[in-house]
Write a protein that binds this ligand. Structure first.
Ligand code: DQA
Length: 147
C-alpha cells in the first residue's frame, strides 16, 4: 500500500516557524517518523512539500491509480482553496486532513476548512503527532474498505 504525504505552504519552515503553535519538530523529522511508522504498518510513504498551489494540484491529480491514500496538511490553503477541494474530489483516492495546531481554537478564518467534509477523517491539535495519528487512521480506513 502506497501513501502520499503532502504538506503545503510554509510547512518547510516547521521547527523555526512560530514554535509555540507548531512545535520544534522539523518537516524532515516528521517525514522520518512517518517512515518508521509506515514500516510498522507495512505501508510505503512518499513525502513531499510545496509552497505552490498548482504543484499540489498536479501531485494530487497524478496520485490517481498510484496511491491508496493521501495524508494532507494543506496549511493556509485549507481555509481558502476551492481548487484543492476540487482536485481531491476528482480522484478516487481517500485522504486524511491533518494540522499540527488546534485550528478550532485559533482565529475564526481557520475554523473553515474546504476539505474536512470530503476527508476520510481529520486530525488536529497534536503537533507532529497529528501526522502520525493521521497515517494510522488513513491506513485503517483503507484497510476497512478493502475487507
Ligand atoms: C496548519 C494550520 C493552518 O491554519 C496554517 O495556515 C498552517 C499550518 C497546521 O498544521 O496547524 O500553515 O495547517
Amino acid at each position: 500500500m502506497k501513501i502520499l504525504v503532502l504538506s503545503g505552504p510554509n510547512l518547510q519552515l516547521l521547527g523555526l516557524r512560530e514554535p509555540q503553535k507548531y512545535g520544534t519538530t522539523t518537516l524532515p523529522e516528521i517525514h522520518g517518523l512517518l517512515g518508521a511508522l509506515a514500516k510498522e504498518l507495512n505501508v510505503q510513504v512518499d513525502c513531499e512539500q510545496s509552497n505552490h498551489e498548482g504543484v499540489l494540484l498536479d501531485r494530487i491529480a497524478a496520485a490517481r491509480g498510484v496511491y491508496a491514500g493521501i495524508l494532507l496538511n494543506a496549511g493556509g490553503l485549507t481555509h481558502t482553496s476551492v481548487a484543492l477541494r476540487d482536485a481531491l474530489l476528482a480522484i478516487d483516492v481517500p485522504f486524511v486532513e491533518v494540522h499540527l495546531s488546534n485550528v478550532a481554537a485559533r482565529e475564526p478564518f481557520r475554523h473553515v476548512s474546504y476539505l474536512s467534509d470530503v476527508a476520510a477523517g481529520v486530525v488536529y491539535g497534536f503537533g507532529a503527532d497529528s501526522y502520525l495519528l493521521g497515517l494510522r487512521g488513513l491506513v485503517a480506513a483503507i484497510t476497512r474498505t478493502r475487507r
